[in-house]
Design a protein around this ligand. Structure first.
Ligand SMILES: NC(=O)c1ccc[n+]([C@@H]2O[C@H](COP(=O)([O-])OP(=O)(O)OC[C@H]3O[C@@H](n4cnc5c(N)ncnc54)[C@H](OP(=O)(O)O)[C@@H]3O)[C@@H](O)[C@H]2O)c1
Length: 209
């Protein structure tokens, strides 16, 4: 698939390398693509850093990997380009969690407007685990996701599996509030039980899993 990742930070690098390794086309979007020579060298010649508009244009799937506060303005600015594309919002609102109970990804969908195909995913997956999808027990780590568009969810589940993770469908986009709210718990537990190494992950296990 043609994947655009907006951002050139830790999550963008991990997801981008993983999908490039799996054979996908990946374009990165940056505020200042001309300054990203070190990132470009790290990622390799199979991919390129564009401005946000160039990256979005190049992708069928667009991953929001910028700070949460930047997502709605970015989505609004490029709403015409983002409409009808599959948009994966991985951003964590933390203290900016919407006070009306909505998920961050619902705000993203609203910013794009009619035709938005926004999914929430990867919220609780530490960047340091993205290229290490199998945990110390030998099991693939879960990637929890939520969304309203069944076809888009099927594409996302495939992309998660291509990274070596287990896709776990958590329901409609409305359920993404729970994903947002689970992240502070995850970080707290990683600090208490795992020395803050950020290489832990949740697994939901049940008899049929
Ligand atoms: N780190 C994790 O373990 C983790 C896990 C799950 C979800 N997340 C979420 O994923 C998103 C990215 O996290 P990250 O750890 O990859 O962050 P990061 O390393 O700080 O990278 C964020 C990237 O966003 C871009 N950006 C655009 N506008 C920005 C602004 N105003 N200020 C700073 N950067 C801006 C920057 O790329 P350019 O300089 O090229 O524009 C930057 O490289 C966040 O929303 C975070 O909540 C992170």
């Amino acid at each position: 698939m043609r994947i655009a990742i907006l951002g050139t930070g830790r999550m963008a690098a991990g997801l981008g390398k993983g999908w490039l390794n799996a054979g996908h086309f990946v374009a990165f979007g940056s505020r200042r693509p001309e300054t990203k020579t070190a990132f470009q060298a790290e990622i390799g010649a199979d991919s390129r850093v564009y401005g946000f508009e160039g990256a979005i244009t190049a992708g069928e799937v667009v991953v929001m990997a910028v700070p949460y506060a930047e997502v709605a303005p970015l989505a609004r600015k490029h709403s015409d380009l983002l409409r009808d594309k599959i948009v994966i919002d991985i951003t964590n609102p933390f203290d900016s969690q919407p006070s009306d109970g909505r998920a961050g990804a619902e705000i993203t969908a609203e910013a794009i407007g009619d035709g938005a195909r926004v999914l929430a995913a990867f919220k609780g997956n530490f960047s340091g685990t993205l290229l290490d999808p199998v945990d110390h027990t030998g099991q693939p780590r879960d990637v929890l996701f939520a969304g309203d568009d069944a076809a888009a969810k099927s594409v996302l589940a495939g992309l998660i599996a291509d990274l070596g993770f287990k896709p776990v469908d958590c329901g409609p986009l409305r359920a993404a509030t729970m994903l947002d709210l689970s992240v502070p718990i995850m970080i707290e537990m990683d600090g208490r039980l795992n020395g803050g190494q950020h290489n832990s992950s949740f697994r939901f296990s049940y008899p049929e899993s």
